[in-house]
Design a protein around this ligand. Structure first.
Ligand code: FAD
Length: 315
């Protein structure tokens, strides 16, 4: 069975959930192998983490020549790994960086590229939601090695024992790939909540909050959810742009999306309509979002959310 390379999403060796989701999808296409580009000393710990999710092999690519630069050295390392392993596909998390690495890798290997897939089936058939969610496309790469980026929360991680055999891979990084250096990078201040695009539950507030996000945040915290916002809330200065869900914000695909005081404009839907279950709280029963939801609550969010929070916290 051919290998399927899964690029590990991690922060300083701490493996993030999308990696496990990609491993579950990779198992549909062949034998999952994780590719850890990071400090060589963290390779064993990463292998320990991913082998519980079916990774048979873990390629450890020491990032000594990679991490001080933007994405070109990463793409070069992956190109060399693809040449060595001839994988059935390469799966990469759909982050901004992941998509750029994927695009460069596709060019370097003369391969087809599919970005922002929300599903990958046997045979490499992918599903994408495009044009602000107005179309669902099923597509398949027909040239080279399929390079596929997959949105977070597109699959449930599957716990399954893999061998997790560690193999060091020495990539040779050219000077040409080292032309864009990172001068400084600062981690975003943690809110203590899950990352918006990775959270299993997202609770978003809109103009209907009137700028008071407390009910939205308390409700989110009662369920361990991330907090999002509509553009109207962001444009009003109630939340920074990093919270925005939608066409010009982030795309989320959680198990549960709760929209409070959000009308459901097409540009907002574009960022959340692939959520598995959608609940809206809106005082206007004609709000367009009610057409899309699984459950709708007609009411004032300032009373509905605190009541729901109280019930959940009482459990
Ligand atoms: P509104 O449309 O004003 O809706 C507020 C809702 O709150 C209403 O339905 C109202 O009934 C309800 N409400 C009021 N008070 C309460 C209460 N007390 N309790 C319960 N409900 C209440 N929008 C995005 O969100 N994300 C994007 O990325 C985005 N990108 C865009 C890109 C372009 C090019 C354009 C043109 C627009 C974009 N927009 C985006 C804006 C989008 O068109 C809408 O204007 C925006 O989504 C509206 O936000 P809202 O639903 O919070 O506000």
């Amino acid at each position: 069975m051919s290998e399927v390379l899964v690029v590990v999403d991690h922060v300083d060796g701490a493996v993030k959930k999308p990696t496990y989701e990609l491993l579950a999808l990779a198992a549909r296409l062949g034998e999952p192998s994780a590719v850890f580009i990071g400090a060589a000393a963290e390779g064993d710990a990463v292998a320990e983490a991913v082998k519980g999710y079916g990774a048979e092999k873990v390629y450890v690519v020491d990032d000594a020549q990679i991490k001080g630069y933007l994405v070109a050295p990463k793409a070069e390392a992956l190109e060399q790994l693809v040449a060595k392993t001839s994988p059935a596909a390469v799966l990469i998390p759909s982050s901004a960086e992941g998509k750029e690495v994927a695009a460069r890798l596709a060019i370097k290997t003369s391969s087809g590229l599919i970005t922002d897939a929300v599903d990958v089936q046997e045979g490499g058939v992918t599903t994408q939601s495009v044009f602000a969610g107005n179309f669902t496309v099923t597509a398949k790469v027909t040239q080279g090695t399929p390079i596929i980026t997959v949105k977070p929360n597109s699959a449930a991680p599957v716990e399954k024992a893999g061998a997790g055999t560690v193999e060091q891979f020495d990539a040779v990084i050219s000077d040409a790939a080292k032309t864009a250096q990172i001068v400084a990078s600062q981690p975003r201040q943690s809110t203590g909540r899950p990352e918006l695009t990775e959270a299993a539950i997202v609770v978003s507030g809109g103009r209907g909050t009137g700028g008071n996000f407390e009910p939205v945040e308390n409700f989110a915290d009662s369920m361990g959810a991330a907090v999002g916002a509509s553009r109207a809330a962001v444009d009003s200065g109630w939340k920074p742009h990093t919270f925005q869900v939608g066409q010009t914000g982030k795309t989320v695909s959680p198990q549960l999306y709760v929209a409070a005081g959000i009308s459901g404009a097409i540009q907002h839907r574009a960022g959340m309509q692939t959520s598995k279950t959608i609940i809206a709280v809106n005082k206007d029963e004609e709000a367009p979002l009610f057409e899309l939801v699984d459950f709708g609550v007609v009411g004032d969010l300032h009373s509905v959310l605190p009541a729901a929070t109280e019930q959940i916290n009482a459990r």
